[in-house]
Design a protein around this ligand. Structure first.
Ligand SMILES: Nc1ncnc2c1ncn2[C@@H]1O[C@H](COP(=O)(O)OP(=O)(O)OP(=O)(O)O)[C@@H](O)[C@H]1O
Ligand SMILES: [Mg+2]
Length: 164
């Protein structure tokens, strides 16, 4: 049987700024390919669990932990945010706010830039992952839409306020 890709073992966490632990005695194994929904009331600790998995806890939000959390077989504390980012991806609640570029290709390139991938390799990966022909068309289309919107705003401003 495959081993869990995420394993909380009697895990607890208390933020430095809190007087009580937010997570208590969590025992949870998530296996490759599983889709798991974590549901709960506001403030119950769902985002905190996510931040434990992606390494924001403990690397960005310090606190006291008990028990163990293994991601891809390795204790999170023995890893780093950079190392974890190769295994864990995080989609935020406001997904639109997470896009950096205007196209899928730009966003793929952004992630590769952060990983210091050489430009030649980066271009190949972007082409392979996003489909270069469609990507090129989409790129031109989004630039054209942008120019058309600017044109519309400019002509409206020149026409002055409209009463209707
Ligand atoms: N960076 C932080 N420092 C201190 N306390 C925090 C921090 N982030 C969250 N908390 C506290 O931890 C508890 C759980 O918060 P969390 O954001 O994980 O809940 P949630 O279930 O994701 O809530 P929501 O459904 O509103 O997103 C709350 O009491 C919150 O105030
Ligand atoms: Mg949340």
């Amino acid at each position: 049987m495959a081993s869990p890709v995420i394993s909380f073992q009697d895990y607890g966490f208390q933020y430095m700024a809190q007087s009580e632990p937010t997570l208590h005695h969590i025992n949870l194994d998530i296996y490759p390919g599983e889709k798991v929904l974590i549901a709960g009331t506001s403030g119950s600790g769902k985002s905190t669990i996510g931040n434990c998995i992606n390494g924001l806890i403990p690397f960005a939000y310090p606190g006291n932990k008990t028990g163990r959390l293994l991601v891809d077989g390795k204790e999170v504390e023995q890893s780093s945010i950079f190392e974890l980012s190769h295994t864990v991806g995080t989609v935020l609640q406001d997904t639109d706010g997470q896009f950096i570029g205007l196209t899928v290709g730009e966003d793929i390139a952004f992630a590769l830039e952060n990983d210091c991938v050489p430009q030649d390799e980066m271009k190949q990966t972007v082409d392979k992952s996003s489909g270069s022909a469609w990507q090129g068309l989409w790129w031109k289309r989004s630039r054209l839409c942008c120019l058309m919107n600017l044109w519309r705003i400019w002509t409206r401003q020149r026409a002055g306020p409209r009463l209707n």
